[in-house]
Design a protein around this ligand. Structure first.
Ligand SMILES: Nc1ncnc2c1ncn2[C@@H]1O[C@H](COP(=O)(O)OP(=O)(O)O)[C@@H](O)[C@H]1O
Ligand SMILES: [Mg+2]
Length: 228
């Protein structure tokens, strides 16, 4: 079953007087349960495409359907709701909150959008769940550490734990190993792979062919289109 389908996506950016056409008719299907890698040279539009797939950004033209629903035909509130419920993002530079410990960072998506009263009643189960997820990414002994007390690979595993806290159907990772050495990169890929084996649909963007090779399927973005 197709979970997400991008059809004829176009996106350009204007910088002063020059217009840069980044996506020029991207068609892409992501199947439920697969681990898909999108590759391509630096600056070819991989991040742009990933952001549009996850409704973080809108295309100039074209559609993205998610679980059969046309995301950009839906209203903003609906799109935000789908993104918050169904999409988890992991970025190259982790984007953790430095003042909060590992457990608090992972709890953040649960706390956001929960009233104080609801939070008080669901706090215990949320903490248990965050602890369990942190166990699966190999960080059960780091709950009270701050991000700066962790290695790059550990920080990225916190970011993955945070991204899956709300059990998204769709996990999008933008160069998740881009800032890591080979050994830590392997740890991240192992972590994504084991989530995928439990059924998580993953789209991963990378310029690194060795990383892309580890996915179930690879597609390449060239000249604003997915290579046939
Ligand atoms: N917000 C923006 N404003 C203007 N240009 C942008 C913006 N975001 C990306 N670009 C440009 O679009 C192109 C594709 O960027 P990006 O999607 O980040 O590529 P990749 O992730 O493949 O390296 C690049 O030339 C980049 O400079
Ligand atoms: Mg990028």
């Amino acid at each position: 079953m197709v979970l997400a389908r991008a059809t004829k996506l176009h996106k350009s950016y204007s910088l002063g007087k020059t217009k840069v056409s980044v996506l020029r008719g991207v068609n892409l299907e992501v199947n439920e349960g697969e681990m898909l890698a999108i590759t391509g040279s630096s600056g070819c539009g991989k991040s742009t495409l990933l952001h549009i797939l996850g409704a973080l950004d809108a295309p100039d033209q074209g559609t993205v359907s998610f679980a059969g629903e046309d995301l950009f035909a839906a209203g903003t509130w609906r799109r935000d709701a789908v993104r918050n419920r169904d999409v988890g993002f992991v970025f190259q530079f982790y984007h953790l909150l430095p003042e909060f410990n590992v457990l608090e960072n992972v709890l953040m998506p649960r706390m956001v959008g929960t009233s104080t009263l609801d939070w008080m009643s669901s706090r215990k189960s949320a903490i248990a769940k965050a602890g369990e997820i942190l166990g699966t990414v190999g960080l059960k002994d780091r709950l009270k550490h701050r991000p700066k007390e962790l290695s790059g690979g550990e920080r990225q595993r916190v970011a993955i734990a945070r991204a899956i806290m709300n059990e998204p159907r769709f996990l999008l990772a933008d160069e998740p190993t881009g800032n890591l050495d080979a050994k830590m990169g392997k740890g991240i890929m192992d972590c994504l792979r084991s989530l995928n084996q439990k059924g998580q649909t993953i789209v991963l963007v990378t310029h690194d062919p060795l990383i892309a090779k580890q996915a179930d399927r690879q597609v390449r973005l060239v000249d604003g289109r997915i290579e046939p």
